[in-house]
Design a binder for this molecule. Structure first.
Ligand code: UGA
Length: 433
């Protein structure tokens, strides 16, 4: 069986590598218009870094896994996965489906037989139905469009794909849905493969991200109370999460969630609610976003106030600029908002991130090769990402090389507050008085 995957990004590349490794009888070809990206997928330097990805790609590439810009390979395929970006529109509300529609059109124009088209990209509810109509109008073949949302998280993409909590298959053409199910059954237990209509599965994808984001905003809202009443958010979070009905995941207070998906999917959900006049529901989910913005602003204001109300001419070090650890991605990262705030207030910002080599392009701040270099001569260190190496820093060495008075602002709750105060730092940690 031949399948194409349109879109050589995170979802497309990782999904292709996993299907090729688990289904040796399938030939998987990843297509992208970006020649540079395809060249990288065909080289030793893959465009995406994920634990386990290289091994899978190197094992299958040239055997049953191929990367190309040639769209005519669609003609030899019976299945097409669409895994292109569906970002938020520039007006800031609904999804921009232009890449998605271009991919669907490309498939319908190149098809030489009836095809199963699988939506991997996150799309508005109702897209499967609409896209099936559009594709059929452009071709004499039939297209059975199925929604099969992706739940992988960056940094654990291959593990998430190999051992998923669930696979959703949403559609109305049972034979096509069973063909997709049979692909997954090669490595996913039957009981984890859930079938439903496409509206339900499209909505489930948005809601899953919205609910994860809601947990983060909920705990972040409580972190603000902790700081007022001398409670400790780590203890409160542990206490809450110990209730099996609640659980511990996504209850770590932070300076705010980032990444390419949470905000985008919340906006998508809000837009959906508003389009059906569900104002109260839209407002409920808008609250999740508002708390996230509030948390970032609150943290920035705390830095400003604690450092005497002005940052002009002060040198501040940011540790971590990615939206979470174990990724090189800085999209919607809270660290970028913090840098923006600090530079607008007149501070000179220096930064270090564990992905130093890939993330040197923040023009308003000076990159360094280590946390020690970045903090040298600074008055404050701001921890914005929870990289493991920041838990093991030599704070005595950092303190000795900083300008006094010396501040640490911990936006991730990863430092030992008492120890740093003992060294001489003024310490402010999110959710701790
Ligand atoms: C998220 C979802 O977790 C995936 O299931 C989903 O497939 C993906 O979006 C997507 O739609 O593509 P991802 O954006 O890679 O994955 O990152 P997460 O691990 O969910 O973290 C998102 C943000 O929340 C990060 O900034 C993280 O630091 C923050 N976070 C997470 C917290 O502040 N506290 C927590 O307890 C957990």
């Amino acid at each position: 069986m031949n399948a194409v995957i349109v879109g050589a990004g995170y979802v497309g590349g990782c999904t292709a590598a996993v299907i090729a490794s688990q289904c040796k009888n399938m030939k998987i070809t990843v297509i992208d218009v970006d020649r540079n990206k395809i060249d990288m997928w065909n080289s030793d330097d893959l465009p995406i870094k994920e634990p386990g990805l290289e091994q899978l790609v190197f094992e299958s590439r040239g055997k049953n896994l191929f990367f190309t810009t040639d769209t005519t390979v669609v003609a030899e395929s019976s299945i097409a996965f669409i895994a292109v970006n569906t970002p938020t529109k520039s007006c800031g509300i609904a999804y921009d489906l232009s890449l998605y529609e271009a991919a669907a059109e490309m498939i319908s124009l190149n098809a030489h037989n009836d095809m199963i088209v699988i939506e991997k990209s996150t799309v508005p509810v109702g897209t499967a139905e609409k896209i099936a109509l559009i594709m059929s109008e452009k071709s004499r073949y039939k297209f059975y469009v199925i929604n099969n949302p992706e739940f992988l998280a960056e940094g654990t993409a291959i593990r998430d794909l190999l051992y998923p909590d669930r696979i959703l298959i949403g559609g109305n053409h049972i034979q096509s849905m069973n063909i997709l199910k049979d692909i997954y059954r090669k490595w996913v237990p039957d009981e984890k493969i859930i079938m439903m209509n496409s509206w339900s599965s499209e909505l489930s994808k948005l809601t899953a991200n919205a609910m994860l984001a809601q947990r983060v905003s909920s705990i972040n809202s409580i972190s603000a109370i902790c700081e007022k009443v001398n409670a400790n958010i780590t203890d409160v979070s542990f206490a809450i999460g110990s209730d099996k009905r609640i659980g511990h995941h996504f209850l770590t207070a932070s300076v705010g969630f980032g990444g390419s998906c949470f905000k985008k999917d919340l906006l998508g959900l809000i837009y959906l609610c508003e389009s059906f006049d569900l104002t109260e529901v839209a407002n409920y989910w808008r609250g999740v976003l508002s708390i996230n913005e509030y948390q970032k602003k609150r943290f920035c204001k705390m830095i400003l106030n604690e450092m005497g109300g002005t940052l002009r001419g002060k040198k501040i070090c940011i540790l971590g600029i990615t939206f979470k650890k174990n990724t090189a991605d800085t999209r919607e990262s809270a660290a970028l908002d913090i840098i923006n705030f600090l530079t607008t207030e007149g501070a000179a910002v220096h930064f270090y991130d564990s992905t130093y080599t890939t993330n040197k392009e923040i023009l308003s701040a000076v990159p360094h090769k280590s946390a020690y270099g970045a903090s040298f001569g600074c008055e404050a260190v701001v921890l914005a990402t929870e990289w493991d190496e920041f838990r093991e820093l030599d704070w005595i060495k950092i303190y000795q090389n900083m300008t006094k008075p010396t501040y640490v602002f911990d936006g991730r709750g990863i430092i030992n507050v008492a120890e740093l105060r003992y060294i001489g730092f003024q310490v402010f940690s999110i959710g701790r008085k």
